[in-house]
Write a protein that binds this ligand. Structure first.
Ligand code: KIV
Ligand code: ZN
Length: 511
């Protein structure tokens, strides 16, 4: 039934629509880690993947489902019997399973993509929703490209979906074409027109092609939608989806005009943003709302003066509300293990003892090499350690000759499957030399898609975070590494990405 309360259901699709953006694929371990954080944060529905897409996707959805506690775990399925069966199987072990099934309804999609007429699509809607409803009690249905669908036909498909057992009706602005007045009016008109509209939850799913995804989602809410589909950092196909952190904070900060609430603990937003950026290698734009590096920075003299007098002069929310802590000088080489564990807890990391011991060793190492160790340094160090824990290869040593007098050379030693192997190479610059030497040891034909360097903090001794994305035979892997030595981080990130590709290749062969 239509929810008349003011609670907005937050449906996170970072692991499904988000993962569909090129280069953003995630491993099982990464998805489990993210799912755990999303649950802790209070996300109501987690769309964990598209089980019929691959064996890897199936495994991710079913493992997330098995480990879930409170959140609804949802899988996506096309309208075919096989897809729906597979999806039902994947979400089966969740405490609260959901099947989300969809089919395109716009003329352009039906003609060119599906090559199906209206009657065939209507038949598929009824059949697929009924099949899903036989497997689980919670079924969401989406008319893909709803905002470019003929009005009469859209109503007929939604009628059919509700009559066949759908419990949530999601209205995707698949191509990000709508604007807020239009999208809000569509939601309102559907709720007013569809006879059984009060029997279902209405949901928004807005893409950001015109930069209007969040505005459209909020317009949907203002007009009766009670579920918002969104993704951390706005990850998603093309320009992405509505950003979860923006939707949540807009509802929180502007409760005066949008009288709704969510169950999200907003103090975890910064951590979630960081985790998704680390996993995907997609940096967060500096001026991104809520979680960008500059979202709470004040540069001009007038603004700084105002902030010193009263922070409400230029801030509509407190950085702590979204989990941005004052950057602090955390510890030095004399800090103990206990203080280190406490610091990790404040940063959102709860590590097992053996992992904590390793992290502490690496922290001591870093503190020896870097004068000031900041929160961001510790987060980068732990992210690095967690993401490489199960890999078959790691950098043993690196020596590089660089500078104006070529040739640039790299001597690399890698511990691979328990044996140390070494190679030397010359290159067009030190990075090229490092990559060639690693290639000689690890033998691959992967193509470098992205190579990016960021400073973790300020200062000439700052750690560098290097992101590397590789592709091979349709498989893509992104990896990051941080170190005060940019070239060491480069070598580690490259090895790490190759290991991830290995894991993906093995999974594909197994499938
Ligand atoms: O954008 C879209 O239409 C989708 C559907 C599958 C819901 O992602
Ligand atoms: Zn989408």
């Amino acid at each position: 039934m239509t929810d008349t309360t003011d609670k907005i259901i937050i449906f996170d699709t970072t692991m499904r629509d988000g993962e569909q953006s090129p280069g953003a694929s995630m491993t099982l371990r990464e998805k489990l880690e993210l799912a755990e954080l999303l649950e802790e944060m209070g996300v109501d529905v987690i769309e964990a993947g598209f089980p019929a897409a691959s064996a890897g996707d199936f495994e991710c959805v079913s493992t997330v489902a098995e480990r879930s506690r409170n959140a609804v775990i949802c899988g996506l399925a096309r309208s075919t019997p096989k897809d729906i069966e597979r999806c039902g199987e994947a979400v089966r072990k969740a405490a609260r399973p959901r099947i989300h099934t969809f089919i395109s309804t716009s003329p352009v999609h039906m003609k060119h993509k599906l090559k199906m007429g209206e009657n065939a699509v209507l038949e598929a809607v009824g059949r697929s929703v009924a099949q899903a409803r036989n497997l689980v009690d919670d079924v969401e249905w989406s008319p893909e490209d709803a905002t470019r669908t003929d009005w009469e036909f859209l109503c007929r498909t939604i009628d059919t979906a509700i009559a066949s057992g759908a419990t949530t009706i999601n209205i995707p602005d698949t191509v990000g074409y709508s604007h807020p007045d239009e999208y809000g009016a569509l939601i309102r008109r559907l709720i007013e027109t569809i006879p059984n509209s009060d029997k279902v939850i209405w949901s928004t799913h807005c893409h950001n092609d015109l930069g209007l995804a969040v505005a459209n989602s909020l317009a949907g809410v203002a007009n009766g939608a009670r579920q918002v589909e969104c993704a951390i950092n706005g990850l998603g196909e093309r320009a992405g989806n509505a950003a979860l952190e923006e939707v949540v904070m807009a509802l929180k900060v502007r409760r005066d005009t949008l009288p709704f609430h969510t169950s999200i603990d907003s103090t975890r937003l910064a951590r979630a943003s960081k985790m998704v950026s680390t996993i995907t290698g997609f940096p967060v734009q500096y001026n991104k709302a809520i979680v960008g590096k500059n979202a709470f920075a004040h540069e001009s003299g007038i603004h700084q003066d105002g902030m010193l007098k009263n922070n409400q002069t230029y801030e509509i929310m407190n950085p702590e509300d979204v989990g941005v802590l004052e950057t602090s000088l955390v510890m030095g080489k004399h800090s103990g293990r206990h203080a280190f564990r406490d610091k990790l807890l404040t940063l959102g990391y709860e590590l097992e003892d053996d992992v904590l011991n390793d992290a502490f060793k690496r922290f001591k190492d870093l503190a020896d090499r870097k004068k000031d160790v900041f929160d961001e340094d510790i987060a980068a160090l732990v992210d690095d350690q967690l993401s490489t824990a199960e890999e078959r290869a790691s950098l043993n040593s690196l020596r590089v000759v660089a500078g104006t007098q070529g040739p640039q050379t790299a001597d690399v030693e890698i511990l691979i499957d328990g044996t140390v192997r070494s190679a030397s190479a010359q290159g067009n610059g030190p990075v090229d030399a490092i990559f060639k030497a690693i290639t000689e040891i690890m033998q691959h034909s992967a193509k470098l898609e992205l190579f990016q360097v960021h400073a973790v903090t300020g200062g000439a001794d700052a750690q560098a975070t290097v992101s590397v994305r590789l592709s091979e035979d349709g498989l893509v892997a992104t990896a990051r590494s941080s170190d005060p030595d940019t070239l060491t981080a480069t070598a580690r990130a490259y090895i790490h990405a190759l290991c991830k590709l290995d894991i993906r290749r093995a999974k594909r062969i197994a499938a």
